[in-house]
Design a protein around this ligand. Structure first.
Ligand SMILES: [Zn+2]
Ligand SMILES: [Zn+2]
Length: 358
């Protein structure tokens, strides 16, 4: 914990306490009730050992600086995108927030994902490399922020996706996300003009239908919304719908052969080392949440009148588990992963819920 955090946290809790006291007085004035029956004197005061990083809902006056290792090469503002040559006709295209790929072969181009933030630029980025048409479009998964720019590509490409993605897109009925024309269940090998992409499905983690896309000749793996190179995972373990499945898939990614990871987000491509770091963080998170769960007592320090209210007992219990979890992870990880202070509470909540349910 840095002194800056300590000051911020003390200030915000002081303010919360003041608001709570004001609320109490208002309650007394309006309802004529005794203060103690409206709100406890301890309302808004911090739990013992409250972390310096403010909890969800409390303002962080100044977030921690983004580490250099999390940044990527600059984007040309006149272009709105950056191309990264991955070799052998494969390119990553990014606006330094989203990432997608295209693969040029003898007579055409395969596009993987079309994030709406820059999809309008994809045809022009391709035109700088080849005059061949887009023949195939692969969806990594169904989410609109990764494929909602499909219409900007023009033409009538073959659209390939896992069958769960088709099911979700049929439900969404979104004109900007046309339905796949080719689907598969476990694996699909796309061979075009001497180029190969291997698509494989490993079950639910982020969402059903989210696939791994391997380009063996280019030693590249694209997996979207699982790994955040240099950063904390996005909110609640990258919004994993199945957190146990998410842990399994990160392990699978570690075992695959690749040098470059296209992760769908952040400003730079990733490496095996980035996957290793995220995996270590996730394991520390799991250990910290498990330890906090096993050492926290239900109802400790609560107003006895609330003990018959299970929602209140668990709110208080979960709060104290979070305090322990955040404190356990801060010394090691706050200096290793960008965005730690923005999302660590969120990650602890997600992990605690998963450990109690999965
Ligand atoms: Zn997604
Ligand atoms: Zn995403």
């Amino acid at each position: 914990m840095t002194p800056v955090f300590k000051v911020i946290s003390d200030m915000s809790w002081f303010q919360v306490r003041r608001i709570a006291i004001a609320g109490t007085l208002l309650g007394v004035a309006l309802l004529g009730l005794a203060a103690s029956s409206v709100v406890s004197e301890d309302a808004g005061s911090p739990y013992p050992g409250m972390p310096g990083i403010p909890a969800i809902g409390a303002r962080i006056a100044k977030y921690m600086d983004v580490r250099e290792s999390a940044k990527g090469p600059d984007i040309d503002p006149g272009k709105g995108y950056r191309l990264q040559n991955l070799g052998n006709g494969l390119y990553m295209i990014t606006d330094n927030a989203y990432q997608s790929m295209f693969l040029a072969y003898k007579t055409g181009v395969v596009v993987v994902d079309a994030p709406p933030t820059y999809a309008v630029h994809i045809p022009q980025a391709i035109a700088a490399i080849t005059d061949k048409p887009i023949t195939h479009l692969i969806y990594s998964h169904s989410h609109a922020d990764h494929i909602g720019g499909a219409k900007s590509l023009g033409g009538n490409p073959v659209i390939i996706a896992q069958e769960e993605t088709k099911r979700l897109l049929a439900r969404a009925k979104d004109p900007n996300r046309p339905l796949p024309t080719v689907t598969f269940r476990d694996q699909y090998m796309l061979k075009v003009g001497g180029q190969v992409l291997v698509l494989s499905y490993h079950g639910n983690a982020h969402e059903p239908g989210n696939i791994f896309i391997q380009a063996p000749a280019q030693k590249t793996l694209m997996v979207v919304d699982l790994i955040c190179p240099g950063w904390m995972p996005w909110r609640r373990l990258s919004l994993a719908q199945d957190i146990a499945g998410y842990f399994d898939q990160v392990e699978e990614i570690k075992r695959l052969p690749f040098d470059i990871l296209v992760s769908g987000h952040v400003a730079r491509s990733g490496t095996k080392a980035d996957v290793e770091i995220q995996s270590n963080f996730m394991n520390d998170l799991k250990v910290a949440a498990a330890k906090a769960l096993s050492t926290t007592l239900l109802g400790k320090g609560m107003d006895p009148r609330d003990m018959a209210n299970p929602w209140a007992v668990f709110d208080n219990f979960t709060d104290r588990v979070m305090v322990q979890c955040v404190n356990a992870l801060t010394p090691k990880w706050s200096t290793k992963l960008a965005g730690f202070d923005a999302l660590i509470w969120d990650q602890c909540y997600a992990m605690e819920q998963s450990l109690r349910g999965d």
